[in-house]
Write a protein that binds this ligand. Structure first.
Ligand code: SMO
Length: 700
């Protein structure tokens, strides 16, 4: 049936989305022009906690163009957003749409203004009088936690020749997609069409229906072009629910686009975890036991994915290494801050950085080279698939081979020689290795494929935020149905024209989403072989039998100026194995983009609160890497197929964010190790490195 099997899968095909996006022809939520639309703006709390004494909106209501001003009491009874219970919840998560009697964070919406223009709405906000009595009643509540134990950890630590410890305080980060949050709502009869910048249109629809108590069939959610998301658009925000509620109440279209400042203040933050661990090692450098604790921050309400970072930061330990005895725990606490949720990597970088710091410390304690100690402890391919000590399943991989191939292509021996030479000259120069795993999501995704005489139309339950789904799914469909990719139309992100799905999260779009498309195509093929006439449609829900675990490693070489603390990257390369690759060019794009965000975490980015006030509320204060800040990254790839899904593919969306921070941190600590430095915290700014150098030199 096919003359050239797999002519398109595995080809570095250019993204069909790009001409449109690069020419400014994309259609984002803010481009949706609804006639007669009201502009929504929020009065937000300037204080982190306290009782609302007065919120006087009378003057504001008299201003020109004001259609309505709403407070919490106007909204009536609403339900809370559901939280993905990956960890057992100890609380009933709050989900305030507007602050009622109390405010719990700076930036929390207190009143909603709807006006004919955005400027009029803003003028009204400025005419309001909000009196909050700060009462010091801080939110500091345990929300969830879990522990995993396996083997005899006590015995492992008793037998150990060395015990090494590490503590990491991950900077809190702002995901910062180019396109901020945005929503446009058009009522028609008793139905509502909602354009939403989201990763999860179907979930947004069912959650909106549940929260606002409206039948889901009255809601259509469309995710048009989405300008990046990185986990920040995985959940439904109170502002978005208020927009839908107001459109329904006022029977007028409503639109809201967050400013950058509003995203800093009230969109989800990522990371901020505190990780602690001890590793027991025998004289030969074998890992005997691991004890770890993760403490994850939560904000004043919980987005759907709130518990994912705390869960991932623990459950994926000890990564690709064999450690038989573990005692792993995690917990998450609420505080008077913006909500915290998933951000590209979502707990994976935290688990990786802790493990890789412990491994480097074990190398130092045993006198082994960091590459050699990793070789001795990574799981060999013949042991896979295998269960992990936390009850998950590593599917496949050639871990040591990936490490050795990376070292060979980077000429590790010459980097070691370079380090020796530079150190002899009194320079601070270090190497950092990191091995990572990337679990890429469980569960299901859906697809509907129609084959006609002229081609195929694919509708996926997944969605896209600029990461090339249309191209990848066209490649998979073309191969399976022996078509040209040009004959394949791909639809996504519309709850009306696409089957119900989960969305673009957790590196799952290709492993699970494209497996759903391939399985639907295969069903069409078999019906066509049986002689059924065109057009033929297959619609199905595909359940992935297992979770696919991508993996890889990063190698960094860093020079740090002794006088100024300025770090310079001398070498950076990575090896990634994402199983079967659909489009190697897009895989590289994912690795490079993920790396940019991993580099940001390691070297530059950090949100700071002081007594509940966000000090880094703009891109003038929060250092997002720009193109010129990024060092070149050499990308190498391997392909070990997985049995975890029909396609044999693993995720790669988060790879760069997982491995890069650990490798960069290890390189920086190695660079300063001749001064006696054993620990550093990210971000590795020139200031923090200079301080570490000065402190070490003073001590000496
Ligand atoms: S942090 Mo991703 O959108 O699961």
């Amino acid at each position: 049936m096919r003359d050239a099997p797999q002519a398109h899968i595995g080809r570095p095909m250019r993204r069909r989305e790009d001409p449109r996006l690069l020419r400014g022809e994309g259609r984002f939520v803010d481009d949706i022009q609804l006639s007669d639309a009201l502009h929504l703006t929020f009065l937000r709390s300037p204080l982190p906690r306290g009782r609302i004494v007065e919120c006087d909106v009378r003057d504001a209501a008299e201003l020109p163009g004001i259609a309505a001003i709403f407070r919490a009491a106007d909204l009536g009874e609403t339900r809370a957003l559901s939280v993905n219970p990956v960890l057992p919840l100890q609380i009933e998560p709050p989900y305030p749409l507007l602050a009622d009697a109390r405010v719990e964070a700076v930036g929390q919406p207190v009143a909603a203004v709807l006006a004919e223009t955005a400027e009029q709405a803003q003028d009204a906000v400025e005419a309001m009088w909000l009196d909050i009595e700060e009462d010091g009643v801080a939110l500091d509540q345990a929300a969830a936690g879990q522990s995993w134990t396996s083997g005899d950890t006590e015995a492992a630590f008793e037998q150990a020749a060395h015990v090494v410890s590490a503590e990491l305080r991950h900077p809190r980060l702002a995901p910062s997609p180019l396109e901020p949050r945005a929503i446009a709502v058009a009522p028609e009869g008793n139905a509502l069409t909602v354009w939403l910048s989201t990763q999860t249109p179907h979930r947004a629809r069912s959650e909106l229906a549940r929260i606002l108590r409206v039948p889901p069939e009255r809601l259509r959610v469309i995710a048009p072009d989405v300008g990046g998301a990185f986990g920040m658009k995985a959940s439904l925000y109170p502002e978005e629910v208020v927009a839908v509620w107001a459109a329904q109440r006022l029977r007028r279209p409503v639109c809201w686009t967050a400013t950058r400042n509003e995203d800093f203040l009230s969109a989800t933050h990522g990371r901020g975890l505190r990780m602690r661990g001890d590793l027991a090692v025998n004289g030969a450098g074998r890992f005997l036991g691991l004890r770890t604790e993760a403490e994850a921050p939560l904000g004043h309400w919980l987005p759907n994915s709130a518990l994912i970072p705390a869960w991932n930061a623990a459950r994926i330990l000890p990564g690709g290494y064999r450690v038989d005895a573990v005692d792993i725990s995690t917990r998450a606490r609420m505080a008077n801050t913006a909500p915290v949720g998933i951000y590209r990597g979502a707990g994976r970088p935290e688990a990786c950085t802790l493990m890789e710091r412990l491994v480097d410390k074990a190398a130092r304690a045993t006198g082994l080279d960091p590459a050699e100690i990793r070789r001795r402890n990574l799981l060999p391919p013949e042991t896979l698939p295998c269960g992990t000590p936390t009850g998950y399943r590593l599917d496949s991989g050639r871990y040591t081979e990936a490490l050795d191939r990376l070292l060979a292509s980077a000429d590790y021996a010459s980097l070691l020689a370079e380090r020796k030479k530079r150190r002899a000259e009194g320079k601070l120069f270090g190497l950092g290795l990191a091995f990572y795993v990337e679990p890429s999501g469980t569960g299901w995704e859906s697809a509907r494929v129609t084959l006609t005489e002229s081609g195929a139309v694919v509708a996926t339950g997944g969605s896209t935020q600029g990461h090339g789904r249309e191209t990848a799914l066209a490649q998979v469909t073309a191969d399976t149905l022996s078509l040209n990719p040009e004959q394949v139309t791909v639809r996504h992100g519309d709850t009306e024209s696409c089957p119900t799905g989960i969305g673009a999260l957790a590196s799952r779009s290709t492993p699970i989403g494209a497996s759903a498309v391939q399985t639907a195509c295969a069903e069409i093929l078999s019906r066509r072989a049986k002689g059924e006439a065109l057009p033929l449609t297959a619609e199905l829900r595909y359940d992935a039998p297992h979770e696919a675990w991508g993996y890889g490693c990063h190698l960094a070489a860093m020079h740090i100026d002794r006088e100024t603390g300025v770090p310079t990257i001398h070498h950076l390369s990575c090896m990634d194995d994402a199983g079967r690759l659909i489009n190697p060019m897009m895989v590289e794009g994912q690795i490079r983009g993920g790396f940019a965000q991993g580099f940001g975490e390691a070297m530059m980015e950090a949100l700071h609160y002081e007594d509940g006030q966000l000090l880094t509320g703009s891109l003038m204060d929060y250092a997002l890497p720009r193109a010129a800040d990024l060092p070149p990254l050499e990308i190498h790839k391997m392909e070990t197929p997985t049995d975890a899904n029909a396609l044999g593919a693993k995720g790669v969306g988060e790879a760069g964010t997982i491995g890069a921070p650990a490798a960069l941190l290890n390189a920086a600590i190695d660079a300063l190790s001749p001064l006696g430095v054993t620990d550093l915290q990210m971000p590795l700014t020139s200031l923090s490195l200079w301080q570490a150098i000065r402190a070490a030199e003073t001590e000496r």
